[in-house]
Design a protein around this ligand. Structure first.
Ligand SMILES: [Zn+2]
Length: 294
């Protein structure tokens, strides 16, 4: 029952995220007045939308994906972002309470709720960054700062709830022990941020900003603070792997030439998502494949 309510709530918040990303301008604030308080209208005919044209997903389906007034096709971004947001609202608590329950044995339900709140906010921020980068090739600084603050909040919360997966606070579970982890969470998260910056900074300066933008570098520093060491390396590795898997067919089919710019933040975000949900499973698969015994 709770999950149904969270899903519906997510659809509504997703609708708001659509507004934020659609109205975002390069020189403006992500949460500026015109973004938060303006009335929604059709981007084509400018007609102000009625409440029944603004119901997440349902309006899109009933109107067969077209504006009621001018019949112009609506972007698939609208229902897609709404559904992804709803899935974030459902899957984050599911992760802590059900899917990776054994990693959080001994943590009270109240802490698990606080964990969920932090990570729902993380993924909402990341989703917004991803859409804005995809549309405008920009990673907004205020959202990067928000991720860094959530990283600090997360570290404080881990500290308070303490016995998180035997000291680590890592999403790769016991595999984190292989990486000479320090017992001090703050050191792990600071080191994660610095190493993340160094790794991505090397790519940025090595390619002279051809492969990735400086916004991606800043985002990585914030994610390092959030994920900590060693998880940030898995985020790093998976960002480039998913980026390559996606870009290769495009290059082969020549839809995009080598010089065309592919926004990188969406891959960082997919990688963050994979590490959070499946980091432990990915490493288990890796070590099973190579017959490595812990
Ligand atoms: Zn219209």
């Amino acid at each position: 029952m709770t999950y149904y309510i969270l899903f519906i709530l997510g659809l509504g918040i997703g609708s708001f995220l659509n507004v934020v990303t659609m109205r975002y301008k390069e020189d403006g604030l992500v949460f500026g007045r015109h973004i938060v308080f303006g009335r929604s209208h059709c981007p084509n005919c400018k007609k102000v939308l009625k409440w029944y044209e603004l119901i997440p997903v349902i309006s899109f389906i009933l109107q067969l994906g077209r504006c009621r007034s001018c019949k112009e096709k609506m972007s698939y971004q609208y229902p897609l972002i709404e559904i992804i947001t709803a899935l974030i609202f459902v899957s984050v608590p599911y992760y802590f309470f059900v899917y990776q329950k054994e990693m959080f044995v001994g943590i009270s339900d109240n802490f698990l709720i606080e964990y969920s709140v932090i990570w729902v906010l993380v993924f909402l921020s990341l989703l917004t960054i991803g859409v804005i980068d995809y549309r405008k090739y920009i990673v907004p600084d205020e959202l990067v700062v928000l991720i860094a603050l959530l990283g600090i909040g997360w570290t404080i919360l881990l500290f308070e709830s303490n016995n998180f997966s035997a000291i680590t606070g890592s999403f790769i579970g016991s595999y984190a022990d292989l990486f000479n982890l320090r017992e001090n969470l703050w050191i792990n998260h600071l080191v994660g941020s610095i190493l993340g910056l160094l790794a991505i900074g090397a790519i940025f300066f090595g390619t002279r900003g051809a492969a990735i933008g400086f916004g991606d570098v800043k985002l990585f520093g914030a994610l390092g603070l959030l994920f900590g060491y060693p998880d940030i390396f898995l985020v790093f590795f998976l960002s480039f792997t998913t980026g390559a898997i996606f870009s290769l067919p495009l290059l082969v089919r020549k839809l995009k030439g080598m010089k065309d710019f592919v926004p990188f933040a969406p891959f960082i975000i997919i990688a963050s998502f994979l590490v959070f949900f499946f980091g432990n499973d990915i490493l288990r698969l890796y070590f099973d494949l190579f017959q490595f015994q812990l």
